[in-house]
Design a protein around this ligand. Structure first.
Ligand SMILES: Nc1ncnc2c1ncn2[C@@H]1O[C@H](COP(=O)(O)OP(=O)(O)OP(=O)(O)O)[C@@H](O)[C@H]1O
Ligand SMILES: O=C(O)[C@H](O)COP(=O)(O)O
Length: 422
């Protein structure tokens, strides 16, 4: 799939840019800075420096949730990353917003209010319906072009994501371009050597769907986290179930047991399971146990063990490409970071093509002082990353495909800089 990028957009235009600035919000309502600001700043800065009038829209939280707040603070954080003023207007497409848009000068940046505060943004609907909302019909005439940089929100069919591409010439921003290219590499390119996928985290249903979809493409799956324990359960070990106060395993087992058994049956030779697990002992220290020695699960297992890491590391070293989805343990607690960090370190030490995805998992890179430079790509996406891995097109891409068919003149995205480019 190819699409137009901002390289194809003539400078000096009125540009509407969709970013994903959805961020953690602390209990006192403070919006936390995070990598999304830094990544999107590249697109915003580039457009502003070319003299475009840059109007950004984004969302924060979901209506009814505590983190559903205004984007006023986001404007200040974005300004720091862009190293330029970012004006803010507490309105999305009403008269105040339109006036702010119309008074913007060349090279200036404006952030509109949280798009999810407009009724037209949600719920999901097809592009025609979303393109016909008052939100889109009011804003579109104010612009010459629409840039979608919100890769990590692009699995949603919301007005700001699928409504505008139908009515404005549309382009991918820098984040969209690099995320698309790296995350679809598993399905779109051929690697000469072994392709390995590290599968962990808490959302077993998601990762199992990835394993099923990549059945043909991945040579070796290395398992950990909740999914790993569920696979151990399917293999006959007395783990992968909830103990008192836990709510991670039983429901997911019920929903996925048949699929896990099937995957294990059909691809067992390609799946490596943990041989030891870590838990918290009576003194609050990390302790490890060989899975063969577990007679009954009496406490939570919070990481894979040392022997498992020692098994996984050489497999990673022998790989041509490694894709990560989900952490191997509760890495936020340093005692249980060994599996996740051990695997990430092994990837960082190789020259293989590597993609680390998942909003939570990729945070481990920053937490434990690893360098993003040592990976081909560290995704800022969760759900959209899964969709890309499973090969399912994201809704905005379907709109772009229509543009390609209807308008032609589309070009391939830039290539990744590290590892062999797709
Ligand atoms: N054994 C375990 N017990 C408890 N938590 C675990 C365990 N193993 C992994 N985790 C947790 O899994 C989380 C990451 O998995 P998650 O399924 O959220 O995946 P992600 O792909 O990083 O994020 P997302 O899909 O939400 O963007 C981490 O926060 C980690 O603490
Ligand atoms: O943070 C995210 O994963 C994206 O912004 C999507 O948010 P949503 O799950 O609330 O649609």
């Amino acid at each position: 799939m190819t699409f137009k990028t901002i390289d194809d957009l003539d400078p000096g235009q009125r540009v509407l840019v969709r970013l994903d600035l959805n961020s953690p919000v602390s209990d006192d309502g403070t919006v936390q800075d995070n990598r999304r600001f830094d990544r999107h700043a590249e697109t915003v800065r580039e457009l502003a420096e070319r003299g475009d009038r840059v109007v950004c829209m984004a969302h924060q939280g979901r209506p009814g949730d505590d983190d559903f707040v205004s984007l006023r603070q986001h404007a200040d954080i974005l300004a720091e990353h862009v190293a330029a003023d970012v004006h803010f207007v507490p309105d999305t497409y009403g008269p105040e917003a339109v006036e702010a848009i119309e008074s913007l000068g060349d090279g200036e940046i404006l952030l509109l209010e949280n798009v999810r505060m407009c009724e037209d943004e949600l719920p999901e609907a097809d592009p025609e319906a979303k393109g016909d909302t008052e939100f889109v019909r009011t804003l579109a005439p104010e612009f010459d072009a629409y840039v979608n940089d919100a890769y990590s929100a692009a699995h949603r069919e919301h007005a700001s994501l699928v409504g505008f591409p139908l009515v404005l010439p549309s382009y991918a921003g820098r984040v969209m371009e690099t995320e698309y290219e790296a995350n679809t590499a598993i399905a779109s390119r051929t690697f000469d050597g072994q392709v390995t996928m590290v599968v962990g985290g808490t959302k077993a249903t998601d990762v199992i769907s990835v394993m099923e979809a990549l059945d043909e493409t991945v040579d070796r799956f290395l398992l950990g986290g909740i999914a790993g324990e569920l696979f151990l359960r399917a293999a006959g070990y007395p783990v992968g179930e909830d103990v008192e106060g836990m709510d991670l395993f039983d429901d997911q087992w019920e929903a996925n047991a048949d699929t896990i058994r099937e995957v294990l049956d059909e691809r067992g030779d390609a799946i490596t399971l943990a041989t030891d697990l870590a838990y918290e002992d009576e003194d609050g220290e990390r302790a490890e146990i060989d899975v063969e020695e577990i007679e009954e699960k009496t406490q939570g297992f919070l990481d894979v063990g040392t022997e498992t890491v020692e098994t996984y590391a050489p497999i990673i070293r022998d790989s041509e490409a490694v894709f990560v989805k989900g952490a191997l343990g509760l890495f936020e607690d340093e005692r249980f970071s060994k599996g996740t960090v051990g695997v990430l370190e092994a990837i960082a030490e190789t020259d293989c093509f590597s993609v680390v995805g998942g909003g939570d998992t990729s945070r481990a890179i920053e937490m434990y002082g690893l360098s993003e430079e040592d990976f081909s790509h560290v995704s800022i996406a969760g759900g959209a990353y899964i969709r890309a891995l499973t090969g399912e097109p994201l809704p905005p891409w379907k709109c772009w495909r229509r543009h390609i068919e209807e308008r032609g003149n589309w070009r391939a995205p830039r290539t990744c800089e590290r590892g062999d480019a797709p």
